[in-house]
Write a protein that binds this ligand. Sequence first.
Ligand SMILES: [Zn+2]
Length: 499
Amino acid sequence: MVLDELLSFRIHFWPSHFPIEARYYEYRATGPSLILMSRRISTPEELRDFQQEVIRREQRKEWSFLAYYEPFDQEKSLNPCVARETIYRFWSRAKEYSYMSAYQVRRVHIGKSEQLDELAHECGRLYSQTVISFWRTVRHKGIWLKPKHLMRWHTSKKLHAHTADACVQAFFAAMNSWRERRKDDPDAKPPHKRKRYFRIEYKRSAMSLVDGRLRLSNGKGNTPLVLPWPWELPNTVVIHWTGTEYEAIATYEQLPVHGPFLPGKVAGIDLGEVHIAAAHDGAETHILNGRLLRSKVQYRNKLQATLNSRIDKRMKKGSKGRKRVIRSKKKQLKKIEYQIRDIEHKQTSTLITTLHQAGVQTLVIGDVRDIRQGLDVGSKTNQKLHQWAHGSIRFKLTYKAQRLGMEVVLQEETHTSKTCLKCGHRRKSSPRGRVFRCTNKQCRFVWHRDGVGATNIRYKYRGDFGVPHVVGVMAPPTGLRFAPHTRVARVEREAALLQ
Ligand SMILES: [Zn+2]
């Protein structure tokens, strides 16, 4: 059951229609610290005022903006006490999104060296000292020290002052996550283990970039750590051990793109079963072939079924063999899940990059939510897979487009696959197969079915759907094939960052 549908997590989202509903958290000094609030917005003026208010209040740490929704049921969705489960879902996706949009992460393998070993060891020493002192003070004096006390207490002569602080702060971050976890799990244990080696964190204050080399300071009088760095200066760098070598994780802050947007090139996108997505931007049509993805999904289902039946029928409960097969099943399924996710990411990146290069500013995605609502939703897992199918592609397309400053809107898509582009005539039935044929005897327009869907979604958004158009010779759609080593989106993102 879908109560209401997510429109955007971005504060400066500009919807294609009103009313919409905005949700945000309000921080409270007494009682529960976070309260979910909801506000109905009916006009562009109201939305503009709301957006300004959010910025003001977020700066003062009074609110935390969550997302915009389409009010499904006025009575229900305006009531902040929506079903618990629903809130949880919003919350977890909001977290995922804020991670993806607010930061960009670059991971670089940097091998191993004695210097790195020494630094990591020193960080481990500081962290362990923090753990010991903190719990000892609790035990002997009954005092729970604060980060500032321990940062003053434990310092290092081998590290930059901020790197040393980060080791102490890491312990308090672990304490906070234990406090969170404790709410659901009474057996959760606070951090208490000593670490021989620990991650090395460098803040911006300890960095400089000269001639493609990133110089990470370890404090006065100590040899700095120097990494070859052909990229721009990051906000933070964390170096950790992967099990085989060290890896540097650099984070970059991504500034939000401000709207409302100028009217520009608009592309319509049709999400489908056979193709993943088809896009038409007025001149060109691109199609993401879904064959590879579909075969992976089918293979996953088959594998799951085979292994499940093997486990259920032939193996005794609690037996060693059964445990082994279950372990192996998990491993195999995980592998294929990763492959599926990888294909989805690469395919959506390819499409968004192509559209961005074509100068598209607005993406209009056909709204297939009604189809999902109408389908029989049997078991919980069924439902889960169900909601995921279009959702994950749409979600990936949306955040990737927004990251490049494009606006994304959802468009209701009734009859878009049945209506002729040329004469506006609507077929009685959906076209069969992959080819659209107009049933109007004077017209007889023939074109690629998915291209017709995407073009009509674009027309619908612009308000000229179902009317005759001057259609010249339509170029056949370009298939965007799956390239196993796509990194286009990353290159694009870097270009966007440098602007
Ligand atoms: Zn026609």
